[in-house]
Every structure is written in structure tokens, then in C-alpha cells.
Write a protein of this length. Sequence first.
Length: 301
Amino acid sequence: MAAIQINDVKKRYGSLQALGGVSFAIEEGEFFGLLGPNGAGKTTLISILAGLNRADSGSVSVMGYDVVKDYRQARRHLGVVPQELVFDPFFTVRETLRMQSGYFGLKNNDAWIDEVMHNLDLTNKADANMRALSGGMKRRVLVAQALVHKPPVIVLDEPTAGVDVELRQTLWKFIARLNREGHTVVLTTHYLEEAQALCNRIAMLRGGKVVALDTTSALIRRISGSQLEIRLAQGQLPESLKPLLAHAPTNGNTYALRISEYADVEPILATLRQEGALIEEMQLHQADLEDVFIEIMDGNK
């Protein structure tokens, strides 16, 4: 059984087709990335997943529970950290988390609340009023609220947008631990280096449609490959290597050649030696998720 199953989901707002038939599954225990530019449909999809919005057609389930027909069970199995800082200014951090526990019928949940606060560095703010907290601290409380009922599926919608490095490191350490313990994690973020480091598999949305879906490593390997940058002390780039050029030469004698794997390097060096070219400097640049994202969003793949 998939942790999340999305089948042909469509959603329109007037003339805007926010989602145009999205389908994919997220398996239990995955750390899954949902990426795309603003307006791609990510937040709409998460709102439907959380039961805050309803799809025009298609279906979504969480741990086998349909988010419309079995709303209570689906919601019980899901924890969502929203983008917006939404909080009640009249309660302390501990009171806020106790109330959130109550929404799920949980009593005597203080031990887990204490553990969550400890792991998010909120313990010394437990009795502070929510309105007295900084933006970063309020975001930590949002994360704690989403985790207070120990949901098997955790959705993080831009959780580190505009927050300090310390919170990002604290959050990812805790979330990575929960993932290791079996929780399924879904992340949307504009910090592509975070997605590359954390996510095992990624779906990219553009214009309300899935335009890429694969493991992170396969996406990087298949879409962009790597580049071998060579500066020649003497000689010119042989004609046989010019089809590999990633872009026009810089400074006249520096060439960036596309390669798909490390084994491609030796034949290039052999050709250069054969043609009498002398290498002054050489660097291998590994493609990253940002390269892939830009290429896909530009419609090249």
C-alpha cells in the first residue's frame, strides 16, 4: 500500500487550470520531493491532500484512506506544516501543542510533546506566549503541531523559507530521524540543495502537470550529466571533440565538455594527447539538481 496515492487529480480556478491530471504514488518510508516554480500547483495539491480543498476530479488517499470519503482517518495519518505562519496569539507553546493533541483525541501526550519541543529547540520557550516568539520560533511550533499526533505521513510545505541556518539544521536532523524510523516525508522547497541532499525521489510540476518523476540520482544523471572543463596550454580542441562542447569556449582556450560518466574522461584525454594538445588545468563539474530543474522548467527535456 502506498503512503500517498494520487490518481488523475484535476483542479480549476475559473480560467486557471491549477492541476491538469496529476498522478503518482509515494511509497511508505520515502523521503519525497515535490518541486516546481511558483504557480506550478504544489500548494493546491497539498491543500487537496490535507482536505482543505477538493479536487474537481480524481482521487487522493493517505495510507489507503480517501481524503474525501475517509477524511477523519486520512487526516489522522497526516501531519502538514503549512507555508503560512498561522497561530493563536493567546496561548503558550505548550498549551498550543496540548490543544493540537486534543484535536486528535490524544490525552496524556506530554511525554511526546516534550520530546518534540526538545528536538526542535523549543523547550526553553514552552511557557512563552506565541505572540512573543520570533518568526523562526513560530515556524518551529508549526512543525511541532504537525508532529504532535505522530503521523506516519509528514508533509512539509516550504518549511525553511526565510528561516535561519540553525533552524534548518535542527529541523532536518529531527525529520531525518523520523524518516529513518519509518515516517514518510514529503517536502516542497525552493532550496534545491536541500531537496538534493534529503530526497530519495522527486516529482517536478510545471503548469499543473508532472514533467519529471524519478530518483534524485537518476534525474541528475539522465538530464544534465557532468562537465569536464579543460584549459589548454597549447593546441586546439580536436574537431572530434567539438560535438561534446557544453557552450562556446571561454578565454579562447578553456573548453567545457559534456560527459555522462567518469569512464568518458579517458577517451577525451587520449584524443587530446594524440592531437598534441597540452592540458594546463582540468576540473570535473558534477551536475546538480538545480541544473536539472532549470533544464526541465525551460522545457528542454
